[in-house]
Write a protein that binds this ligand. Structure first.
Ligand code: AMP
Length: 249
Protein backbone atom coordinates (compact mmCIF):
# COMPACT_ATOMS: atom_id res chain seq x y z
CA UNK A 1 0.00 0.00 0.00
CA UNK A 2 1.12 3.48 -0.83
CA UNK A 3 0.49 6.86 0.81
CA UNK A 4 0.84 10.35 -0.59
CA UNK A 5 1.51 13.08 1.97
CA UNK A 6 0.88 16.72 1.09
CA UNK A 7 3.36 19.14 2.57
CA UNK A 8 3.19 22.91 2.56
CA UNK A 9 6.13 25.24 3.10
CA UNK A 10 4.97 28.01 5.43
CA UNK A 11 6.47 30.78 7.56
CA UNK A 12 7.85 29.07 10.67
CA UNK A 13 5.40 29.02 13.58
CA UNK A 14 7.88 30.97 15.75
CA UNK A 15 8.03 33.88 13.33
CA UNK A 16 5.88 36.92 14.05
CA UNK A 17 4.77 37.90 10.56
CA UNK A 18 4.14 41.52 9.64
CA UNK A 19 1.42 42.85 7.42
CA UNK A 20 2.80 44.68 4.37
CA UNK A 21 2.33 48.45 4.57
CA UNK A 22 0.09 48.45 1.47
CA UNK A 23 -2.24 45.85 3.07
CA UNK A 24 -1.84 43.38 0.18
CA UNK A 25 -0.62 40.50 2.35
CA UNK A 26 2.04 39.54 4.89
CA UNK A 27 5.72 40.07 4.34
CA UNK A 28 7.52 36.73 4.13
CA UNK A 29 10.72 38.01 2.50
CA UNK A 30 13.74 36.91 4.59
CA UNK A 31 11.51 35.02 7.02
CA UNK A 32 12.39 31.52 8.26
CA UNK A 33 10.25 28.96 6.41
CA UNK A 34 9.44 25.44 7.64
CA UNK A 35 7.14 22.52 7.04
CA UNK A 36 3.56 23.24 8.13
CA UNK A 37 3.44 21.58 11.62
CA UNK A 38 0.31 19.53 10.85
CA UNK A 39 2.03 18.19 7.71
CA UNK A 40 5.02 17.08 9.78
CA UNK A 41 2.54 15.08 11.88
CA UNK A 42 1.02 13.67 8.67
CA UNK A 43 4.45 12.52 7.38
CA UNK A 44 5.29 11.01 10.76
CA UNK A 45 2.03 9.03 10.74
CA UNK A 46 2.62 7.70 7.22
CA UNK A 47 6.21 6.76 8.11
CA UNK A 48 5.03 4.95 11.28
CA UNK A 49 2.52 2.99 9.18
CA UNK A 50 5.38 2.03 6.86
CA UNK A 51 7.53 0.98 9.82
CA UNK A 52 4.63 -1.20 11.04
CA UNK A 53 4.59 -2.89 7.61
CA UNK A 54 1.16 -1.47 6.69
CA UNK A 55 2.46 0.79 3.92
CA UNK A 56 5.17 -0.07 1.45
CA UNK A 57 5.82 3.42 0.12
CA UNK A 58 5.44 7.00 1.34
CA UNK A 59 5.55 9.78 -1.26
CA UNK A 60 5.79 13.42 -0.12
CA UNK A 61 4.28 16.10 -2.37
CA UNK A 62 4.62 19.85 -2.20
CA UNK A 63 3.24 22.53 -4.51
CA UNK A 64 4.94 25.88 -4.75
CA UNK A 65 8.26 27.60 -5.33
CA UNK A 66 11.60 25.82 -5.96
CA UNK A 67 12.57 26.21 -2.26
CA UNK A 68 9.83 23.69 -1.34
CA UNK A 69 12.52 21.15 -2.24
CA UNK A 70 14.11 21.82 1.17
CA UNK A 71 10.81 21.01 2.89
CA UNK A 72 10.49 17.82 0.84
CA UNK A 73 14.05 16.83 1.85
CA UNK A 74 12.95 17.21 5.50
CA UNK A 75 9.98 14.92 4.80
CA UNK A 76 12.39 12.37 3.32
CA UNK A 77 14.66 12.74 6.36
CA UNK A 78 11.65 11.83 8.55
CA UNK A 79 11.26 8.74 6.36
CA UNK A 80 9.34 9.44 3.14
CA UNK A 81 10.78 7.32 0.30
CA UNK A 82 10.59 9.88 -2.49
CA UNK A 83 9.14 13.28 -3.24
CA UNK A 84 7.36 15.23 -5.95
CA UNK A 85 7.59 19.01 -6.27
CA UNK A 86 4.87 20.62 -8.35
CA UNK A 87 6.77 23.80 -9.07
CA UNK A 88 5.10 27.14 -9.64
CA UNK A 89 5.64 30.74 -8.57
CA UNK A 90 1.90 31.37 -8.81
CA UNK A 91 -0.20 32.05 -5.70
CA UNK A 92 -1.81 28.71 -4.88
CA UNK A 93 -5.24 28.57 -3.27
CA UNK A 94 -6.67 25.38 -1.71
CA UNK A 95 -8.76 24.48 -4.78
CA UNK A 96 -5.69 24.68 -7.04
CA UNK A 97 -3.68 22.50 -4.62
CA UNK A 98 -6.55 20.00 -4.39
CA UNK A 99 -6.69 19.79 -8.21
CA UNK A 100 -2.92 19.23 -8.41
CA UNK A 101 -3.13 16.53 -5.73
CA UNK A 102 -6.04 14.90 -7.58
CA UNK A 103 -3.92 14.75 -10.77
CA UNK A 104 -1.08 13.15 -8.79
CA UNK A 105 -3.45 10.67 -7.15
CA UNK A 106 -4.71 9.65 -10.61
CA UNK A 107 -1.07 9.03 -11.62
CA UNK A 108 0.27 7.45 -8.42
CA UNK A 109 -2.83 5.50 -7.31
CA UNK A 110 -2.16 5.69 -3.55
CA UNK A 111 -4.37 3.94 -0.99
CA UNK A 112 -4.20 6.85 1.45
CA UNK A 113 -3.61 10.57 1.11
CA UNK A 114 -2.50 12.34 4.27
CA UNK A 115 -2.72 16.10 4.64
CA UNK A 116 -2.51 18.47 7.57
CA UNK A 117 -5.86 19.63 8.96
CA UNK A 118 -4.88 23.17 8.05
CA UNK A 119 -1.98 25.28 6.90
CA UNK A 120 -0.88 27.72 9.61
CA UNK A 121 -0.38 30.55 7.11
CA UNK A 122 -3.80 30.79 5.45
CA UNK A 123 -5.72 28.74 8.11
CA UNK A 124 -8.05 27.60 5.32
CA UNK A 125 -8.75 24.01 6.45
CA UNK A 126 -10.09 23.27 2.95
CA UNK A 127 -7.59 21.34 0.83
CA UNK A 128 -8.20 17.85 2.24
CA UNK A 129 -11.98 18.23 2.03
CA UNK A 130 -11.77 19.58 -1.53
CA UNK A 131 -9.46 16.75 -2.57
CA UNK A 132 -11.82 14.11 -1.14
CA UNK A 133 -14.71 15.74 -3.02
CA UNK A 134 -12.78 15.86 -6.33
CA UNK A 135 -11.77 12.21 -5.93
CA UNK A 136 -15.15 11.17 -4.54
CA UNK A 137 -13.25 9.34 -1.77
CA UNK A 138 -14.18 9.01 1.90
CA UNK A 139 -12.48 11.48 4.22
CA UNK A 140 -11.64 11.72 7.91
CA UNK A 141 -10.51 15.15 9.04
CA UNK A 142 -8.89 16.15 12.38
CA UNK A 143 -7.49 12.65 12.96
CA UNK A 144 -6.00 11.93 16.38
CA UNK A 145 -5.59 8.16 15.79
CA UNK A 146 -5.29 6.19 12.56
CA UNK A 147 -5.43 2.42 12.16
CA UNK A 148 -5.35 0.55 8.88
CA UNK A 149 -6.51 -3.05 8.36
CA UNK A 150 -8.46 -5.14 5.85
CA UNK A 151 -8.80 -2.42 3.23
CA UNK A 152 -10.24 0.01 5.76
CA UNK A 153 -8.96 2.77 8.00
CA UNK A 154 -10.40 3.40 11.46
CA UNK A 155 -9.87 7.01 12.41
CA UNK A 156 -10.51 8.74 15.72
CA UNK A 157 -11.43 12.38 15.10
CA UNK A 158 -11.31 15.34 17.44
CA UNK A 159 -14.74 16.96 17.40
CA UNK A 160 -16.26 19.67 19.59
CA UNK A 161 -17.89 17.32 22.07
CA UNK A 162 -14.98 14.87 22.35
CA UNK A 163 -13.81 12.06 20.10
CA UNK A 164 -15.60 10.42 17.19
CA UNK A 165 -14.45 7.15 15.60
CA UNK A 166 -15.17 6.51 11.93
CA UNK A 167 -14.36 3.62 9.61
CA UNK A 168 -13.44 4.44 6.00
CA UNK A 169 -13.09 2.18 3.01
CA UNK A 170 -9.74 2.72 1.32
CA UNK A 171 -8.69 4.60 -0.71
CA UNK A 172 -9.34 7.59 1.54
CA UNK A 173 -8.19 11.05 2.55
CA UNK A 174 -7.08 11.69 6.14
CA UNK A 175 -6.11 15.05 7.66
CA UNK A 176 -4.00 15.14 10.80
CA UNK A 177 -4.76 16.95 14.04
CA UNK A 178 -2.19 18.01 16.62
CA UNK A 179 -2.48 15.01 18.94
CA UNK A 180 -2.11 12.32 16.24
CA UNK A 181 1.57 11.85 17.12
CA UNK A 182 4.77 13.63 18.07
CA UNK A 183 7.03 13.88 15.03
CA UNK A 184 10.49 12.44 15.51
CA UNK A 185 13.62 14.53 15.74
CA UNK A 186 15.33 14.55 12.35
CA UNK A 187 18.88 13.21 12.71
CA UNK A 188 21.91 14.26 10.69
CA UNK A 189 22.48 10.78 9.15
CA UNK A 190 18.85 10.80 7.97
CA UNK A 191 19.27 14.32 6.53
CA UNK A 192 22.30 13.02 4.59
CA UNK A 193 20.36 9.93 3.42
CA UNK A 194 17.44 12.13 2.31
CA UNK A 195 19.74 14.01 -0.07
CA UNK A 196 20.06 10.85 -2.16
CA UNK A 197 16.35 10.04 -2.30
CA UNK A 198 14.53 10.76 -5.61
CA UNK A 199 12.83 14.15 -5.99
CA UNK A 200 10.77 14.57 -9.14
CA UNK A 201 9.93 18.04 -10.46
CA UNK A 202 6.74 18.65 -12.47
CA UNK A 203 4.85 21.77 -13.52
CA UNK A 204 1.07 22.25 -12.99
CA UNK A 205 0.67 22.55 -16.82
CA UNK A 206 2.14 19.08 -17.30
CA UNK A 207 -0.59 17.76 -14.95
CA UNK A 208 -3.24 19.66 -16.91
CA UNK A 209 -4.16 21.83 -13.91
CA UNK A 210 -5.09 25.50 -14.16
CA UNK A 211 -3.97 27.13 -10.91
CA UNK A 212 -5.41 30.60 -11.56
CA UNK A 213 -6.67 32.02 -8.23
CA UNK A 214 -10.47 32.10 -7.80
CA UNK A 215 -10.46 34.31 -4.73
CA UNK A 216 -9.12 37.87 -4.60
CA UNK A 217 -7.71 39.16 -1.32
CA UNK A 218 -9.11 42.64 -0.84
CA UNK A 219 -7.18 43.67 2.24
CA UNK A 220 -4.98 42.24 4.99
CA UNK A 221 -4.74 44.14 8.27
CA UNK A 222 -3.29 43.69 11.76
CA UNK A 223 -5.76 42.67 14.48
CA UNK A 224 -6.82 45.65 16.64
CA UNK A 225 -4.40 46.36 19.47
CA UNK A 226 -5.63 45.35 22.94
CA UNK A 227 -6.34 48.25 25.26
CA UNK A 228 -4.38 48.56 28.49
CA UNK A 229 -5.77 46.75 31.56
CA UNK A 230 -6.83 48.36 34.84
CA UNK A 231 -6.14 47.31 38.42
CA UNK A 232 -9.19 47.01 40.64
CA UNK A 233 -8.95 47.54 44.42
CA UNK A 234 -11.20 44.63 45.45
CA UNK A 235 -13.43 41.78 44.30
CA UNK A 236 -16.60 43.81 44.64
CA UNK A 237 -15.31 46.39 42.12
CA UNK A 238 -14.24 43.58 39.76
CA UNK A 239 -17.69 41.98 39.88
CA UNK A 240 -19.34 45.36 39.35
CA UNK A 241 -17.14 46.09 36.34
CA UNK A 242 -17.79 42.64 34.82
CA UNK A 243 -21.50 43.17 35.32
CA UNK A 244 -21.97 46.80 34.34
CA UNK A 245 -19.09 47.60 31.96
CA UNK A 246 -18.06 44.31 30.29
CA UNK A 247 -21.60 42.92 30.69
CA UNK A 248 -20.26 39.36 30.78
CA UNK A 249 -21.94 38.25 34.01
P1 AMP B 1 -5.30 24.49 3.96
O1 AMP B 1 -6.55 23.96 3.33
O2 AMP B 1 -4.63 25.57 3.13
O3 AMP B 1 -5.48 24.91 5.40
O4 AMP B 1 -4.23 23.30 3.96
C1 AMP B 1 -4.55 22.02 4.48
C2 AMP B 1 -3.47 21.03 4.11
O5 AMP B 1 -3.40 20.91 2.67
C3 AMP B 1 -2.06 21.37 4.52
O6 AMP B 1 -1.82 21.00 5.87
C4 AMP B 1 -1.24 20.53 3.55
O7 AMP B 1 -1.22 19.16 3.94
C5 AMP B 1 -2.07 20.63 2.26
N1 AMP B 1 -1.57 21.75 1.42
C6 AMP B 1 -2.06 23.01 1.36
N2 AMP B 1 -1.33 23.76 0.50
C7 AMP B 1 -0.34 22.94 0.02
C8 AMP B 1 0.73 23.10 -0.91
N3 AMP B 1 0.98 24.27 -1.52
N4 AMP B 1 1.51 22.02 -1.17
C9 AMP B 1 1.27 20.83 -0.57
N5 AMP B 1 0.29 20.63 0.31
C10 AMP B 1 -0.52 21.65 0.59
Amino acid sequence: MKALVAIKRVADYNVKVRVKSDGTGVDIANVKMSMNPFDEIAVEEAVRLKEKGVLSEVVAVSCGVAQCQETLRTAMAIGADRAILVETDAELQPLAVAKILKALVDKEQPDLVFLGKQAIDDDCNQTGQMLAALLDWPQATFASKVEVADGHSTVTREVDGGLETVKLKLPAVVTSDLRLNEPRYVTLPNIMKAKKKPLENVKPDALGVDVTPRIKTLKVSEPPKRGAGVKVPDVATLVAKLKNEAKVI
